[in-house]
Design a protein around this ligand. Structure first.
Ligand code: CA
Length: 211
């Protein structure tokens, strides 16, 4: 009996933690049932690395892009928040370089979507200079033209290397949107330093409901 009461209280506090304030649009809350994860391979566990493939392949389900520099984004087994693997981003010392990965998913106009990831620095190779990471949601219409973009708070030199920090961005799909690109990007900007590292794990996209 005591045990079930305890579990109930835990559940309540966990739900309370899901409330977010969205400014003028009021309070939104995740569905009461466990929210459905919309991403493929959100924990970067696929494909499972072997000693031979380590560092040389991309996570299943994610598309990558760069500003023209060599792609320095790899699956990594050294540091993971869940499972065995995370994605490791390594910076270039190239002015205004960028590199990233994304998934494209259908959206319903008016519905609110939340995109989040956990990020951690590398104590031996912390982010320096103007190198940052950031999340975005890019809304596209049926012809695949971008019709809007939302950004998360960026992470940079102050990113903790001793714990995982969650970053997220959420918003309502605009009236003419058909899909969203959920993007994780690293940017060099004006004073980039090469060889800086951050890890990303446990990405998530969920649809939120209004109460
Ligand atoms: Ca993982």
């Amino acid at each position: 009996m005591k045990r079930s009461v305890k579990v109930g209280m835990l559940t309540l506090s966990a739900l309370t933690g899901f409330f977010v304030f969205t400014g003028l649009s009021g309070v939104k809350v995740l569905p009461k049932e466990a929210p459905v994860e919309l991403l493929t391979n959100p924990g970067f566990e696929s494909p499972a690395l072997t000693p031979l493939t380590q560092g040389s392949i991309h996570p299943v389900g994610w598309q990558t892009f760069t500003s023209g520099t060599t792609e320095l984004m790899t699956l990594s087994v050294g540091t993971a928040r869940s499972g065995n693997q995370a994605v490791k981003f390594v910076s270039h010392g190239v002015l205004n370089f960028f590199q990233g990965m994304f998934q494209t998913l259908p959206v319903t106009p008016g519905d609110t979507y939340q995109f989040g990831v956990y990020v951690k620095g590398d104590p031996a190779k912390p982010l320096k200079g103007s190198v940052t990471g950031q999340l975005s949601i890019e809304w596209h219409d049926a012809n695949d033209n971008e019709v809007g973009r939302l950004w998360s708070t960026p992470w940079g030199a102050s990113l903790p290397a001793t714990e995982w920090t969650r970053f997220e961005v959420a918003g309502a799909a605009p009236p003419n949107s058909a899909t969203a690109h959920y993007v994780i990007v690293e940017k060099g900007e004006g004073q980039p330093v090469s060889g800086c590292v951050f890890f990303v794990d446990d990405a998530s996209v969920v649809k939120m409901s209004e109460e």
